[in-house]
Design a protein around this ligand. Structure first.
Ligand code: ZN
Ligand code: ZN
Length: 263
């Protein structure tokens, strides 16, 4: 179902973004939801944020062209967030060769891990790599960094989610709007200042009952602390089975696959 929600508090500012929820599910595709993924469309740039294994399917099902993407953002190197990248590389090698640049942005080791995964999933593939590499660029961004990448200003914060690898939350400024996104994260007091004043805050909410697990958010904690997030709008996403099983008790707005939001 496609739902459009007008949400901007200040219609006077130029720019504006369309956000489409490709998937609002967790790694288990709970209740049949696609894994967490988002298309951000502005006048200057089209971005796919998160590239789990279901992202390519969701994009095509919802009528998006892979050729139109300028950038792919990946928050961390868990399969439900970057495990779909080999399908995009395959797409760009065979089905839809790039005719303009595309940048893949994510945490340290993103490039090496992506190609390693590609070679594992499609061994022996002899693609026209030189052509793709002419258009493809990886940018690895560290925790605490802010970078300008084309029209996008991106800040990254390390989240309590992975032990050795670095998982990131993002703050994106594009075409006069700000979107904040937790990626995957346990609770941390550092999130509230990081997301402050965002027009939209996409916040993971994997659990409801499993409050003892500290590497993902749980609903009771988020509900109790909602007032600390001074944002225009907050949407729960990366929603897991526990939350969906008890959705009638959920009082915070929840993202759904196919939802469209004008920011
Ligand atoms: Zn995840
Ligand atoms: Zn994760």
């Amino acid at each position: 179902m496609i739902l459009t929600v007008a949400m901007r508090k200040s219609p006077l500012r130029p720019g504006g973004l369309e956000l489409t929820i490709l998937g609002a599910g967790d790694a288990f595709a709970s209740h049949g939801r696609f894994q967490s993924g988002y298309i951000i469309e502005g006048p200057s740039c089209r971005i796919l944020m998160e590239a789990g294994p279901t992202a390519l399917c969701a994009m095509k099902r919802m009528g998006f062209r892979t050729a139109d993407l300028d950038m792919i953002l990946v928050s961390h190197l868990h399969g439900d967030h970057y495990g779909g990248l080999p399908f995009f590389l395959l797409e760009y090698l065979y089905e839809s060769p790039r005719e303009k640049p595309i940048t893949i942005v994510g945490p340290p080791r993103l490039e090496e891990r992506t190609w390693r995964l590609f070679r594992t999933m499609f061994p022996g593939t002899k693609p026209d790599l030189p052509r793709l590499l002419k258009y493809l660029k990886f940018i690895e961004i560290g925790a605490g960094e802010t970078r300008n990448i084309g029209p996008l200003r991106i800040s990254a914060m390390r989240t309590p989610h992975m032990k050795r690898d670095i998982s990131l939350a993002f703050r994106l400024e594009l075409d006069g709007r700000t979107i904040a996104f937790t990626g995957d994260s346990g609770w941390t007091d550092a999130l509230a200042p990081f997301v402050a004043d965002a027009d939209l805050f996409l916040c993971e909410c994997t659990y409801f009952d499993s409050e003892q697990l500290d590497f993902h958010m749980n609903y009771p904690k988020l509900a109790a602390n909602r007032g600390r997030f001074r944002v225009g709008r907050m949407l729960l996403t990366h929603v897991g089975r526990e939350v969906l099983d008890r959705r009638r008790e959920v009082r915070l707005p929840m993202a759904r696959d196919g939802m469209r939001i004008t920011i």
